[in-house]
Write a protein that binds this ligand. Structure first.
Ligand code: SF4
Length: 69
């Protein structure tokens, strides 16, 4: 899946999550919450990839850029 498709998937699942996405994103968000690369400057984003974390965590095929999920 390309990066644009991953971004689309993340935002689609942000607004219309199914049960699997809710479980997956909860696990990922817990990891991000304790990560030094999570930044709350302006919006909650990853300073490694620049993505909005709540949407990235809901994109099934996306990966953490430093391999934490
Ligand atoms: S995606 Fe990875 S590097 Fe970015 S904030 Fe989450 S755990 Fe940290």
């Amino acid at each position: 899946m390309g990066r644009l498709a991953e971004i689309w998937d993340g935002w689609k699942n942000f607004f219309f999550p199914d049960k699997e996405i809710k479980i997956l994103s909860k696990k990922r968000m817990e990891i991000c919450a304790n990560c030094e690369h999570a930044s709350k400057t302006v919006y909650l984003h990853c300073d490694k990839c620049g993505c909005y974390i709540p949407a990235k965590a809901r994109s099934k095929d996306s990966n953490c850029p430093v391999g934490l999920w």
